[in-house]
Ligand binder design. Sequence first.
Ligand code: AMP
Ligand code: MG
Length: 332
Amino acid sequence: MGGNNFRSLIIFLFSVSIFFNGCSRKRPLIKQRELLMNTVAEITVYRPEDKPAVAAAFNAIKDIEKLASRFLPASELNKINANAGRVPVKVNDILFDMIEMSVHFSKMSDGAFDITVGPVVSLWSIGTKQSIPRDKEIREKLKLVSYKNIVLDRAKKTVFLKNTGMQIDLGGVAKGYAVDRAIEVLKGQQVARAMVQLGGEIGFLGQPPSGKFRNIGIQHPRDNKKIIALMSITDEQVSTSGDYFRYFVHNGVRYHHILDPHNGYPARGCQAVTVITDKKSDADILATTVFVLGPEKGMNLIESLPGTGCVIVTADGRILISKEMKQKIRMM
Ligand code: AMP
Ligand code: MG
C-alpha cells in the first residue's frame, strides 16, 4: 500500500471514528488497533470486561490471515496454489467455506467476481509496481482465470485447481469474512455491542449505547476529507471497494487493484461501491462484484438480493442509491 493511500485510509478510519465517537459521548469506549491482513484492524467495545473478548477476536482475524494470505508462504491457500494441476488439497473448514462462497458469487455474477484472478493480480502487483503489463502478458495470464476450474469436494473438504499455474487470491473476500468471524467471537463471549473494522470492511454487533443507529460516513472517492453521505446502520456489515485504495496514475489514467476477469484490466464503471448487508460476509464480495459489474448490472444484482443495499459512485461521479438504502441515507 503506497504512503498516500495508507494516509487516506487512516483519515477514512479517523472520520468514521469521529461519527462513531459522536454517537457515544460520555460513555466508556475501548478501541484497540493492530496491523493485520495488510491493513489496520480496529475493534471497539464499551465495557472494560469485554477486553479479553477483544483479544480473542484479534486472534480470530490472525487465524484467517494464516489460512487465506498469499503473502504468508505457509498459508493453506498457498498449499492449494502450489498444488494447482497436481492434486486436491484438504483444507480447514473456514478456508473451504470462503472459497465455496466465492464460487457461489462467481456463478451469480457470471464471473465478474472470480478468485482465480490471482495470476493477473500478481502480474499487475498494484500497490507495489507502477507499470502497465504488456497486453500479450495479460492475455497469457487470463487463460489461467476461471472459477469453473476450481473443483470443490464438500465431503472431503478438498480444493483442486485443474490447471498448473492457477492461483486463488482471496483479497476480495477474506477481510469481510474475518470481520464476520471476529463479530461471532465477540458475540460468543457475551459482548453485546461492538464494532470491528478491517480496512474498507466494517461489522457491527448490537446497537450503540446511544440509541438504535450508528451514523457511518462514506468517503468521497476523490477527496479524502469529504464525506458524501451518512448511513444509519444497525446490526449490519458494510464494505467499500474503491479505485482510491491502491492505484497509480499513468498518462492521466488511473490503474487500480480491482480487475475485470473478462479482460484482465482494472474495472472501469465505478469509482467506489459501498454495500450494506444483514448477511454473513456477503458485503465484501458484493462490493468487489458490483464494482466489476459496473453501475447498471451491479445495481440490478443488489436490488435482487433481500436485506442488501448499496451506494455507487459511478466513473463519471454520479451517486446512485439502491431502493432499500434510500431511507437509511442522508446526503451531505
Ligand atoms: P476489494 O478491495 O474487497 O474490492 O478487493 C480487491 C482485491 O480482490 C484485489 O486486491 C485482489 O486481490 C482481488 N481481486 C481483484 N479483482 C477481483 C475480482 N474481479 N474478483 C475477485 N477478486 C478480485
Ligand atoms: Mg471486497
